[in-house]
Design a protein around this ligand. Structure first.
Ligand SMILES: [Zn+2]
Length: 156
């Protein structure tokens, strides 16, 4: 098992439409599942199974990526903090796992996020994110979020 069998190494053009920013080692995507508005996924650009096997320059770049992502979530969407998680569990449902390192980021909000005329609430604020939370935003609202975030990343 290697990069040929890895969907993260072979993202489609459709997947890549939500690319917000890229560095030398990492891609930042707006997640398909916008249960928490602004939810992103950081994907390492090379096939690697664990934090344990990251190179020093990839760690250093990850620090930069986390810094800019948190700053933009706070400034653009009004997030008060970000929840970061690297879980990797789904890969291990298979008997022959082929994990590719990626990190989930959920912005968390004390105050509701306003998109157009609509307000979106983080009703679990101060608690663990709800893994069963339903997607709140429409396709059009997702485009708005993407546009705002992309503009902020473009200014870096
Ligand atoms: Zn991969």
């Amino acid at each position: 098992m290697g990069i040929d069998e890895c969907e993260w190494c072979n993202l489609t053009a459709k997947d890549k439409q939500w690319l917000l920013y890229e560095t030398v080692f990492w891609d930042i995507y707006l997640a398909d599942k916008q249960d928490y508005v602004g939810r992103c996924i950081l994907v390492l650009k090379r096939h690697c199974d664990s934090f344990m096997h990251l190179e020093d320059d990839e760690w250093q770049d990850l620090k930069f990526v986390i810094d800019i992502t948190e700053k933009i979530m706070r400034e653009v969407l009004g997030a008060e903090l970000c929840n970061w998680s690297c879980l990797m569990n789904d890969f291990y449902k298979k008997s022959n796992p082929n994990p590719h390192l990626h990190i989930h980021m959920r912005p968390r909000y004390r105050k509701p996020v306003q998109l157009g005329q609509k307000l979106f609430y983080d009703s679990e604020f101060g608690h663990h994110y709800d893994n069963q939370k339903q997607v709140q935003i429409s396709a059009e609202e997702m485009e708005i979020v993407f546009g705002k975030l992309r503009a902020a990343f473009d200014k870096l």
